[in-house]
Ligand binder design. Structure first.
Ligand code: CU
Length: 477
């Protein structure tokens, strides 16, 4: 699913009208244009527990070439199908309780979405008059609830970083601050120390990744925040640091590390082996259109969260030749590669501008794990998984070396504006049969650890992944 902005686009309907959403077939490089009533510019999104994709919020009304109603309030729903007939359904506008441009959505244990923040209209940086300091839910649980944290973190609070924690609380980060939040009680459980260094939120955009949750350490949770920019100037230097914090410890503090290269607007993608790929972004400027992004960062780096500090970065990876700055995306796809698209840093779009055009080429990054020993094959993966369910799959290791088999569930998340909403990697307990032909696996113990909805099941042998298989994670109730 690709969601863009109501604007000039290479994707059109037969009528010639521009399309701003498509169902894209990356195997055949074909697409099906999908109608949207409203402008989805700078929206958020995530899956409901029943597998419906929801797009939240967006931008202004756009004229007759686009026929886009205003999308500030919108809730757009798409129930995936395999016969090329499914379409977005919208109740026109006014779905959420308030306008939200640059909101974040996070999938919850009951299969609903938590929707937070944004502004009443677009802005280079948030202002008091347009701030939307509240959260709400979809399906709705009533009017938006005021959130002082989004007042305290002005003006750098748009697209806050949010992850659901194994405790059932949320980690919410904006500017340099973060909290652990109980959304049921509307209560801050804990305030964390500010991250050292620069602001990390739009338009000084960095990113955050929740590190893999592993059964062997009882799902201890750590988050990694990387990159950003020092100010809202075209020549501002990008931040070259990462901070990592353990949210399971009482007296916790940020452990600072290098980001290898300066990078603002990074995309952090959890790979099939639990490492994290950082791509896209630039080295000077800040998030925004028309000359605000400079000196693209072409070289990816990979972070290995289980290594000790000082040994976590894998460098020497091949560089891209395509600038991917504002409005770029990256997503893990089932074969274990990473799909990379975008750069929409010119308004109105211009596909022939130099040096940084509106970019319509997609690109694939193959992680190092695709260049070593044969890939295992797996079959008989269940189509749905209940919490703590035990199941067995068939495996063909295709290799005579000593097996080291691991299994995981991944939600690749909703990628936009350097955020990967609901992205998570959960390691699964597993044991290989003596003959090496069967793998017994245990599903995540509860929906705080993996909320219901679509997920990808991956098995690796000595770090080399099999093809991912889609499963539906269910709830027990
Ligand atoms: Cu944007």
């Amino acid at each position: 699913m690709v969601i863009d902005k109501a604007q000039w686009n290479e994707a059109r309907f037969d009528s010639g009208q521009y399309a701003w959403s498509t169902e894209y077939d990356y195997i055949d490089n074909n697409y099906r244009a999908l109608h949207m009533d409203t402008n989805s510019f700078c929206s958020g999104g995530g899956f409901l527990g029943n597998g419906t994709l929801v797009s939240t919020g967006g931008g202004e009304r756009r004229g007759r070439n686009y026929k886009a109603l205003e999308g500030w309030h919108s809730i757009r729903m798409f129930k995936p199908c395999t016969n090329q007939t499914c379409e977005w359904s919208e109740f026109s506008t006014h779905q959420m309780g308030v306008n939200r441009w640059y909101p974040t959505a996070e999938q919850l244990p009951d299969g609903s979405l938590f929707i937070i923040g944004g502004s009443k209209k677009g802005a280079a940086v948030n202002r008091e008059e347009i701030n939307t300091p509240s959260y709400e839910f979809w399906p709705t649980r009533g009017p938006p609830v005021h959130m002082q944290f989004l007042v305290d973190t002005m003006p750098y609070n748009l697209y806050p970083f949010v992850y659901l924690l194994p405790s059932g609380h949320l980690w919410i980060f904006a500017s340099r601050s973060s909290i652990i939040f109980d959304y049921e009680k509307n209560e801050i459980v804990r305030r964390l120390p500010d991250i050292p260094g620069n602001v990390r939120s739009y338009p000084l955009t960095g990113t955050a990744v929740m590190l893999p949750l592993m059964p062997e350490n009882n799902y201890e949770v750590e988050v990694l925040v990387c990159g950003g920019a020092e100010g809202m100037r075209r020549k501002s230097r990008a931040d070259d640091t990462c901070g990592r914090i353990n949210l399971s410890k009482e007296d916790t503090k940020w452990e600072m590390d290098t980001f290898v290269f300066p990078r603002l607007m990074p995309d952090g993608v959890l790979l099939a082996d639990g490492k994290i790929l950082f791509v896209n972004g630039c080295q000077r400027g800040f998030a925004g259109y028309n000359g605000r992004n400079n000196d693209p960062q072409f070289t990816p780096v990979i972070y290995d969260p289980v290594k000790p500090l000082g040994q976590r970065w894998i460098t020497g990876l091949v560089s891209s030749t395509i600038a991917r700055m504002y409005h770029s995306v990256a997503l893990l796809i089932p074969d274990g590669t990473v799909w990379i698209a975008g750069s929409g840093c010119i308004d109105p779009p211009n596909a022939t501008a130099t040096p940084y055009p509106t970019e319509f080429r997609v690109e694939y990054f193959s992680p190092p794990y695709l260049f070593s020993t044969p890939r295992p094959l797996i079959s008989n993966v269940p189509t749905s998984l209940y919490p703590a369910q035990r199941f067995a799959i068939n495996i063909n290791l295709q290799s005579d070396s000593t097996p080291d088999v691991k299994a995981a569930l991944i939600n690749p998340g909703f990628s936009t504006h350097s955020l990967h909403m609901s992205q998570r990697y959960v390691g699964l307990e597993s044991s290989l049969s003596e003959d090496g032909l069967n793998l017994e696996v245990v599903a995540p113990p509860n929906n705080n650890i993996f909320p219901p909805g679509p997920a990808w099941f991956y098995v690796t042998n000595n770090g080399v992944p099999a093809q991912g298989v889609q499963v539906m994670v269910k709830t027990l109730t």
